[in-house]
Design a protein around this ligand. Structure first.
Ligand code: ATP
Ligand code: MG
Length: 314
């Protein structure tokens, strides 16, 4: 290989893996030493990656390990003003405990006098929403959709196994890693489905992704996420969500009937998967393991070996 050639993918991946291991060791070391106190000085700050409702996100690099991260900066005053402290605490608590290769990892967090900093795994390909918008006719080919739906289902299964409901699955809240894999982010609406609060009533999420039980303000369970997987699958293949209407009441009526119109180019297997997820009665919806084994997924995203199966993050 000539010196001018870019490094091979494998050595790049290897280097990133090494850096990641060092970063995780550094986090552990600080925690064990009782100095879990990270500070802004521990990072070199790079370009802005985006802006959320309550803060900004920057690309940053931890100084010792050189590991790239996304640093999300939230202003305490703003959080207090909007009564978001409890939601943020819950988001931190939930996201730092979920470890799965398709869930964006919250590596650590720290605070200073005025701000809260979340140190997040960096997803260099950005939002799924942006990738979808960049497609011709705003839709993916079936194989790409099948891969993404498999990974979203796998990540949500890991959430549900830990009694966590995400409640806000949509392309804006899904990021893509350098390797092109799904990273579910934004656990701001997620909730711990603990035994005392088995059924929840808060309306949350985004209008087009609301499940019928939420529209009707009925109790809901983890099965609202399965509904969202159905809406997501439709949106990735069609370029819009299935119940979009001129007004919210009209959209809500359509959601509660769950009558789906498919454009002619949507194949039988995809229709079958979407229809089995978009069931009005939550208990009739396909479970996530069935989604991962559905013929539409298996046809386009066959797991080549056991090694390809999702692994828990280190
Ligand atoms: P909110 O969470 O307040 O509803 P949001 O989800 O749009 O809003 P953030 O999570 O603060 O906002 O992120 C803002 C933008 O920064 C995102 O839209 C995304 O483009 C980018 N971003 C956030 N986290 C990462 C990350 N880990 N890796 C790469 N880009 C990121
Ligand atoms: Mg978001």
């Amino acid at each position: 290989m000539s010196r001018m050639e870019p490094p091979q993918q494998t050595s790049l991946a290897h280097e990133t893996e090494l850096m990641e291991r060092r970063m995780l060791e550094e986090i552990k070391r600080r925690r064990d030493a009782g100095q879990d106190s990270w500070a802004l000085e521990d990072f070199e700050i790079g370009c802005p990656l985006g802006r959320g409702k309550f803060g900004r996100v920057y690309l940053a690099r931890e100084k010792i390990t050189k590991y790239p991260v996304a640093l999300k900066l939230l202003v305490k005053n703003e959080l207090v003003k909007h009564e978001m402290e409890e939601q943020l605490t819950r988001e931190i608590e939930i996201q730092s405990h979920l470890k799965h290769e398709n869930i964006l990892q919250l590596l650590t967090y720290f605070v200073d006098e005025k701000r809260v900093f979340l140190v997040l795994e960096y997803a260099s390909k950005g939002e799924l929403f942006r990738e979808l918008n960049a497609q011709k006719h705003r839709r993916f080919e079936e194989p790409k959709c099948a891969k993404y739906i498999y990974q979203v289902a796998s990540a949500l299964q890991a959430c549900h196994d830990c009694q966590v409901i995400h409640r806000d699955i949509k392309p804006e809240n899904i990021l893509i890693s350098a390797r092109g894999d799904i990273k579910i982010a934004d656990f701001g609406w997620s909730v711990h489905n603990s035994s005392q609060t088995k059924r929840r009533k808060t309306i949350c999420g985004t209008e087009h992704y609301l499940a019928p039980e939420m529209v009707k303000n009925m109790e809901h369970t983890h099965l609202v996420d399965n509904w969202c997987v159905g809406i997501l699958c439709y949106e990735l293949l069609v370029g819009r969500t299935p119940f979009e209407s001129k007004s919210s009441p009209e959209a809500f009526r359509r959601i509660c009937k769950a009558h789906i119109d498919f454009p002619p180019y949507i194949g039988t297997l995809a229709r079958d998967l979407i229809t089995k997820l978009l069931q009005v009665k939550p208990e009739d919806r396909l479970c996530l393991k069935e989604v991962m084994m559905h013929p539409f997924i298996v046809k386009h995203w066959p797991l080549k070996s056991v090694d390809d199966a999702p692994k828990p993050a280190k």
